[in-house]
Design a protein around this ligand. Sequence first.
Ligand SMILES: [Zn+2]
Length: 239
Amino acid sequence: MKEQIDLLVELQEKDKALCALRWQVREGPERLREFEKEFEDLEQDARSDKERIQDLKKDQRQYEAKIEDGLADIRKSRGRLMSIKHNKEYQALSKEIEEAEKANTDCDDKILICMEKLEELNKEVAARKQGLSAMRERLEKERTAATKELARVHEKLSNIEKSRDNLIKTLDPRLLAKYEQIKGGSEGIAVALVSNATCSECHLSIPAQMYNELQKQDKLRFCPHCQRIIYWKASEAAA
Ligand SMILES: [Zn+2]
C-alpha cells in the first residue's frame, strides 16, 4: 500500500505541474496580447497627432489666404479713397478699411495660436516617436521570447503527460478512480501530507489515534475534515 500511496503522491506532483504549465500556455499569449494592445493604442495616438497637425496646418493656410484677400481689398479701398469727394462716403470707406485691418489682425492672432499648438504637438510627436520605437523593439523581443517559452512549455507538458500515462499504468485502477474523484471535488488536490498531525491542505488536526495508524502506511486513509487521501512521511519521525 505504501508504494501505491507514493505513486499517488507522485501523480499529484505531476498533475500540479501540468496544471501550472497549462495555465502558462493560456496566460502567456494573454500577456503578449495586452502588450500588443498597449502598442496599438500608442500607434493610434500617434496617428491622431498627425491628423491634428494636418488640420492645424490647413487652418493656418486658410487664415493666411484670408489675410492676403484682406490686404488686396484694403489696397483697392485705399485707391478708391483718393478719388472720393463726399465726406460721408469717405468716412464709410475709411470705416470699411479699418474693419478689414481689424479682421486681418484677428487672423494674425489665430495664426499665432496655430503655430504655438503646432510647436507643442511636434514636440509631443517627437517624444512619442521615440517611445514607439523603443516599444516596438521590446515588443519584438517579447514575441520571440513568448514563442520560445511556449515551445518549451509544450515540450515540458508532453513529457510530463507521457510520464503520467506511464505512472497510472502502475496504479490500482480503483485507487486512480478514487484519486480523480477527490481531485475533481477538492480544487484539484486529492492527496495531502500530514505533518505534525495536521493536514497540509485544510490545516486541521488529525486525531491522535488516526495519526498513529497513518504511520503504519498499511491502508488508504482520509482526512476527517477535507476528505482528501492523507499520507505520512518517514522523515517526520526523525524530525
Ligand atoms: Zn484535510
